[in-house]
Design a protein around this ligand. Structure first.
Ligand code: SAH
Ligand code: SF4
Length: 424
């Protein structure tokens, strides 16, 4: 989401005449886009800003700004806390960035804009995308779910869907600009509704945009994913065999305290439906340990459900209390050592499963959308399979941006290794 928002801000600023610097060393204006979903993310961005303060001592003309969810959450107070910051702009105020930046330049004032209007959808702005072959397209902003641990509804405001015509136009353009693998973005894409199209309707239509080759979407909430979405995924050739479906916990009791509105059994039923409809589908997830009141037994239920499901990959987090959310006020917070130990146990199990799943791929033939030369060797190319795994294979860099069929000959826990199939 933040990558997409940074590209949006780059679009707003380039329309106002600004150019992206080659590197941070040559920049006149440095903007940090921040995440506050966990304390660690917030600490990191504030640390980075402090580290950049020396640049300002050497060159007083440099401006430093903070945007995104930390800016939204803390607003003006940050300008007092961090003296090197010139401006702080919240998630609904990016259209005002050009005026804010020129005021800061002209008057050396420190400015903030953090009014949340709950309607800004950034229509009519075309993002300046990072180089590459994959593009994110935001289809909705905000969230109404108020999972009890989550800060997102507070810093991103109420859920609103972009007009389907704008979305289709943006996808068509992105495809024409060479981004053939599109990911639709929203905190809860399954509740997309612009008054005309529901999510499965939008999916069907986007999957038929002629300028693109692959389509994906994040994030799906298990309470909202419908049979219709699964049907469209299975039927439309451009929709990839991958779904990210955050599970959060395997304990009924904890899911209820999280306000997630599904049970482990319902989650498992969705997994079965997905695998019945698409036998090769890769399923990834988000899981959290150490939520307030989580007992050893609750944790074991999460551990066991992950063992049963065998996700291709999982993002695993220890619960981080966020001020202002319901769960941060719960009295039964779990000790840090317990949270860490549970997290490590889950990571160890998932690493084994991911490694086995990648080994199972050996011998398969898959299509790779080539993104770049591999980090390890410029004689190897790297790209993504339809089921969102990284694959590398020896070949020539002129294949970047093309689709290549490979046979998988080896695998680590992170990467598939292949050889190109020569079509006759
Ligand atoms: N909208 C998405 C998730 C957004 S946040 C969804 O509903 O799934 C991404 C992930 O961060 C969440 O899935 C959750 O696992 C994790 N997360 C959110 N708040 C957290 C917190 N307070 N502590 C730890 N992890 C958290
Ligand atoms: Fe947060 Fe829940 Fe909304 Fe996802 S659905 S953004 S976890 S409140």
């Amino acid at each position: 989401m933040n990558v997409a928002d940074s590209e949006l801000v780059a679009g707003i600023l380039s329309d106002a005449g600004y150019k992206k610097a080659e590197s941070i060393d040559s920049a006149d204006i440095i903007i940090f886009n921040s995440c506050t979903v966990r304390q660690h993310a917030e600490d990191r961005v504030l640390g980075r800003i402090t580290a950049e303060a020396t640049r300002k001592e050497q060159n007083t003309n440099i401006l430093i700004g903070l945007i995104g969810c930390v800016a939204q959450r803390k607003g003006e107070e940050l300008l007092n806390e961090i003296k090197s910051l010139d401006f702080v702009v919240g998630t609904d105020q990016y259209r005002h960035l050009p005026e804010i930046i020129s005021s800061c330049m002209n008057s050396k004032e420190h400015l903030f804009a953090d009014v949340q209007n709950n309607i800004e959808n950034y229509e009519n702005i075309y993002p300046v995308r990072n180089k590459g072959v994959n593009a994110f397209v935001t289809i909705m902003r905000g969230c109404n779910n108020f999972c009890s641990y989550c800060i997102v509804p507070y810093v991103r405001g109420r859920e609103r869907s972009r007009d389907h015509k704008e979305i289709l136009f943006e996808i068509e353009q992105a495809g024409n600009d060479g981004f053939k693998d599109i990911t639709l973005l929203g905190q809860n894409v399954n509740s997309y509704n612009d008054g005309k199209y529901t999510f499965p309707e939008l999916l069907k239509e986007t999957a038929r945009v002629s300028s693109i080759e692959r389509l994906r979407f994040v994030t799906s909430h298990p309470k909202d994913i419908s049979d219709e979405v699964i049907k469209v995924m299975a039927a439309e050739p451009k929709l990839c065999e991958h779904l990210h479906l955050p599970m959060q916990s395997g304990s009924d009791r904890i899911l209820e305290k999280m306000n997630r509105k599904y049970t482990p059994q319902k989650y498992l039923n969705i997994i079965h439906k997905l695998r019945n409809a698409m036998p090769n589908i890769a399923i990834t997830t988000d899981v959290m340990v150490g939520f307030p009141g989580e007992t050893e037994d609750d944790f074991i239920q999460t551990y066991n459900l992950m063992k049963e499901i065998r996700f291709d990959y999982a993002f695993m987090f220890k619960y981080s209390p966020r001020e202002g959310t319901a769960a941060a006020e719960y009295p039964d917070q779990i000790q840090e050592e317990i949270r860490l130990a549970r997290l490590q146990k889950l990571i160890d199990q998932q690493e084994r499963i991911t490694y086995e799943k990648y080994q199972e791929q050996i011998g398969r033939r898959v299509q790779v959308y080539v993104e770049k030369t591999s980090k390890k060797s410029d004689k190897e190319l790297s790209g993504r399979t339809r089921d969102n795994k990284i694959a590398v294979f020896p070949s020539d860099s002129k294949l970047i941006g093309t689709f290549v069929d490979i046979e998988i000959v080896d695998a680590t826990s992170w990467t598939l290794k292949g050889k190109q199939i020569q079509h006759t």
